[in-house]
Design a protein. Structure first.
Lengths: 116, 112
């Protein structure tokens, strides 16, 4: 079975331009996460979905970041406009819903964003 | 505020020795704690989960302990190999059963 799939793998854009990342989670996983990881740091949670609902977006810079998860499956994360400080790796992860035994998160390979 | 702390300095050990990594947390009582491995250019990969009522968990050469009084987890790799070289992250559910928050990770280098 395919794991979490993210695209694109790499993206280079000029500042003030928009950018979007796409994530396809593991089939049957209700919980979807977007994390941002800076070099030498751990993943920082941006937003968490339970099915279609964003249940935790307190860390998402809402002035420029937006996310959606249509039909509770695929998700996109958008930045508009991008700033130099947004350069990082954006990771998508999915897991089974709360209350199950297996709560580990499965990560995609990430999208490395470079803003120039 | 709630914090997760892992040794920021890289851990260098000789092949065959036991590597021990530390994860400390403050101002929280998590229901469980997880450890992940991350290789350069890849997403983290789940290794072990230990629940608050478990003192120790083992999987092959890996062992995790969880001391809820000290608010600390130790992650051990016995008979370490160069292939174990990676960054190891601990993660806790903060503020929600499925809200996973990660530490900064500790880089482990195993030398032949």
């Amino acid at each position: 079975e395919a794991g979490v799939v993210q695209s694109p793998r790499y993206k280079i854009i000029e500042k003030k331009q928009p950018v979007a990342f796409w994530c396809n989670p593991i089939s049957g996983h209700n919980t979807l996460y977007w994390y941002r990881q800076n070099l030498g740091q751990g993943p920082e949670l941006l937003i968490r979905y339970e099915n279609e609902e964003a249940v935790d977006d307190s860390q998402l810079p809402k002035d420029r970041f937006s996310a959606e998860r249509l039909k509770g499956v695929d998700s996109t994360l958008k930045i508009q406009p991008a700033e130099l400080g947004d350069s990082a790796v954006y990771l998508c992860a999915s897991s089974l819903a709360p209350g199950t035994t297996y709560t580990e998160a499965f990560f995609g390979q990430g999208t490395r964003l470079t803003v120039v | 505020s709630q914090k997760i702390e892992q040794n920021s300095e890289a851990l260098n050990i000789q092949e065959g020795k036991t590597a021990t990594l530390t994860c400390n947390y403050t101002n929280y009582s998590p229901a469980y704690l997880q450890w992940y491995r991350q290789d350069p250019g890849r997403g983290p990969v789940f290794l072990l989960l230990i629940r608050e009522n478990e003192k120790e968990k083992r999987k092959e050469r890996l062992k995790v302990t969880f001391d809820t009084t000290l608010k600390q987890s130790l992650f051990h790799i016995t008979a370490s190999q160069p292939a174990d070289s990676a960054t190891y992250l601990c993660a806790l559910p903060l503020g929600g059963y499925n809200k996973l928050i990660f530490g900064a990770g500790t880089r482990l280098a195993v030398h032949p």
